[in-house]
Write a protein that binds this ligand. Sequence first.
Ligand SMILES: O=C1O[C@H](COP(=O)(O)O)[C@@H](O)[C@H](O)[C@H]1O
Length: 222
Amino acid sequence: MNKYDSAESQINGIINHLLQLITKLLETKSGLCIAVSGGKSPIGLFDKLSQQDIDWKRITITLVDERFIAIDNQDSNENLVKTHLLQNKAREARFIGLSNTNMAIDSVVDHLNANMPEIDIAILGMGEDGHTASIFPCCNELEAASDLSTTKRYIITNPTTANYQRIGLNMSALIKIPHLVLSINGNKKLEVLEKALKVQNKQPPIGLLLSNRPDTKIFWSE
Ligand SMILES: O=C1O[C@H](COP(=O)(O)O)[C@@H](O)[C@H](O)[C@H]1O
């Protein structure tokens, strides 16, 4: 785990890692798909990442998860990404969102499962309950969302401790993404993460992810 003494140095650490990784991957691939998390934590990272000299025309940005709400809603992860990441130099990136409230949620998920590109890099977050993406320890869908044998990638979850119905990548899809970055802040989340690193079961979801992907690059600051 990379621990930093300020959020600014943590962001710089993640950016350096991403710049090296993206440059290397673009030597052999014509384009890359990067899935990012929403919530409140990634705002500073998005603002800084948007200013980097990256060949953004070759980058597709998508989300690891989304709330099933209109995209102009303040709580929409798409809204957050459009406001903070798809700005400055990153305006040239392509974006694929996950929510479309003009369609029934099942049809949206079917469409995503049939059409979404493979993801090369995911920037994950974690809640204080150990959820990652929209796989919440409290949700009734936890067992299905944690089934590592499923070939479907996108699922619906209904968290009981957070608002909104969600659409997101399931655990099987998350652990197959070649490059995983986990960014977390605060002592409470550090405590949850350190406990989760010792478990092998589905509780909390971040524990299942990290036990399957010990190569995940973790960045923390208070
Ligand atoms: O609901 C969500 O929560 C997690 C963590 O969010 P944060 O505000 O505590 O950083 C986030 O990673 C996920 O994408 C989001 O939809």
